[in-house]
Design a protein around this ligand. Structure first.
Ligand code: 5GP
Ligand code: ZN
Length: 112
């Protein structure tokens, strides 16, 4: 999708630190990490939200989670948090859905 930052990363037009790639997803480090491991897992195709992705491409939706788990394991984390911010009011700033993988520190609940 034109003008989408994460479509630019998927296409390789925008630089990123890619840590894992599958047929339907890529995973790259967040530019402003909130934990020692903070990786974003995105579908290669543009979907605005996690729900739209799950409805349109259930396999890719599942692959986001299995990719995040693979990255957590590769970085030595048994415990991790997965987050989909959905909508500006919930903190979503990039409207190409992405799963945050956060790990490597203790987490508090509820999140801010
Ligand atoms: P959201 O706020 O939409 O849930 O998450 C967007 C995330 O993308 C933020 O954590 C932000 O730090 C990250 N981000 C924004 N711009 C870039 C970028 O150019 N490269 C990378 N790797 N991450 C980015
Ligand atoms: Zn996009």
């Amino acid at each position: 999708m034109e003008g989408c930052l994460f479509c630019g990363i998927v296409a390789g037009d925008v630089e990123s630190d890619v840590v894992h790639a599958t047929e339907r997803t890529i995973a790259f480090r967040d530019v402003d990490p909130q934990a020692p491991t903070h990786v974003l897992v995105v579908p290669r195709d543009h979907y605005a939200s996690a729900a739209a992705l799950a409805a349109g491409d259930p396999q890719a939706s599942a692959e986001l989670v299995t990719t995040a788990a693979a990255v957590a394991a590769a970085e030595g984390h048994d415990d991790y948090r997965l987050v989909f911010n959905t909508g500006a009011g919930a903190g979503q700033t990039v409207f190409h859905t992405h799963l945050h993988l956060l790990a490597g520190r203790s987490m508090t609940w509820p999140p801010g």
